[in-house]
Structures are given as C-alpha cells and as structure tokens.
Design a protein around this ligand. Structure first.
Ligand code: SF4
Length: 103
C-alpha cells in the first residue's frame, strides 16, 4: 500500500502540502539543528544568515507565528524577535507581522 504523504501531512497539521512546500527547499535541513536551536545565550547569527538566503523564509516565519513556535530561529527571527512581532501585531499597528519583517 502506498501512502499519500500530502494527505498524511494535511491530516496531521491541517495544512496542505502546498502550504508546507517551503520545507522542501529549507536551507536549515542541510545543516545541523545546533544553528537553529542554539543553547541559551549563544549566537543566532549563522542561522539568520542562512535564513536570509532561504527562499521559504516568509512562509517559514508565517508558519512559526501561526503555530506559536517558541524555540529556535524561524524565518530569520529568534524567539524574542518573533515575540516582539506578535506583540506589535496584537497592538493593532496595522502592519502584519510577516509583511513588516520580511519585506
Ligand atoms: S527561513 Fe530559516 S528556519 Fe526557515 S526554512 Fe529557511 S533556513 Fe530554515
């Protein structure tokens, strides 16, 4: 029996394969997790540099914000940076979080 990965993924995440297509070309998948989930106080510079060159950056950041990802670098932003975006977004600035950071 063959498993349709797209349907399986949608069943788990509620998102379609197309919505998660950015993960197929994720540059972080080609590196170790230590860059993207550094120990507290460690630099996130290398991860952010990779994110800057990643074609899925915007979708990645939107995913992290939508799913309240609390740890690691997603879409080029650290936990604290995403938290600031969330607060700004909920304060009614009129600027969407992804639009203001990824342009
Ligand atoms: S933007 Fe960064 S964290 Fe997101 S998929 Fe690309 S390399 Fe990975």
């Amino acid at each position: 029996m063959q498993i349709d990965a797209t349907k399986t993924l949608t069943g788990i995440t509620g998102r379609t394969g197309q919505e998660l297509a950015w993960q197929e070309n994720a540059l972080c998948a080609q590196t170790g997790p230590e860059f993207f989930f550094p120990a507290p106080g460690s630099s996130t510079r290398e991860a952010k540099q990779l994110c800057g060159a990643c074609e899925g950056r915007r979708a990645c950041l939107e995913y992290a914000l939508d799913n309240d990802e609390r740890f690691g670098v997603w879409g080029g932003l650290s936990e604290k940076e995403r938290e600031r975006l969330r607060r700004r977004g909920s304060a009614g600035t009129g600027a969407g979080p992804a639009a203001s950071e990824t342009a």
